[in-house]
Design a protein around this ligand. Sequence first.
Ligand code: HEM
Length: 205
Amino acid sequence: MAGPDQSPAFGSLALIAVVIGASAAAFAYTAGWLSPQRLTPGKLVAAFAPPTGVALGYRRNHAKGICFTGVFEANGAGSELSQAPVFARGQYPVLGRFNLGTADPNAPDATVRVRGLGIRISTPDGQEWRSAMINPPVFPVSTPEAFYELLRASGSKDPNALETFATAHPEFAAFRDWDKNAPWTGSYAEERFNSLNSFRSQWQN
Ligand code: HEM
């Protein structure tokens, strides 16, 4: 039986065991080991693979792109809305990358519907303003899980996979409409790039 002078040591050991156990459980949960059906970052990233297999050394999505440098010319009007230095009238250096929304770095330019623009604007006080935008006006789906399903349906050999997905995800219709009807431009410079903010609806279950 533990004497009164042994209790603190036992308590410390128990606390260490609890901390280690909780940490291990948190790692196991994050890795998806406790719930194999749950979507994990690893599963989502693995789903980005062209038919020829993962293109090592490239981004998993928007794999094909071209970098540029430029200047952001702020006309000062944004200062009415925000004190951010980047909106003060002036010129700020930009580092950017035009890209194609595909996991295939060798995809021909004219075959990829979604085009992207990533930029980093630097201000004299050392701030960096980063943005990733794409040309569709809406994102195809509203949850990461649905995006994963869409990737799987797009890469499926089942010819009905995309229709089955569309039926299960009515929100996909707006993107499909853009995909079908929006004009294809001949240059990145002719695109409108959208930031696509997301909101949680108060009516959402
Ligand atoms: C479920 C949602 C999304 C997923 C899973 C996803 C996934 C990815 C991945 C894996 C990359 C490659 C990152 C890297 O290796 O550096 C990427 C790049 C990019 N994404 Fe997304 N993305 C999502 C939503 C969006 C949205 C909503 C936008 C814009 C409105 C966007 C715009 C971009 C752009 C522009 C790039 C290329 C950035 C660069 O040139 O470095 N993505 N995305």
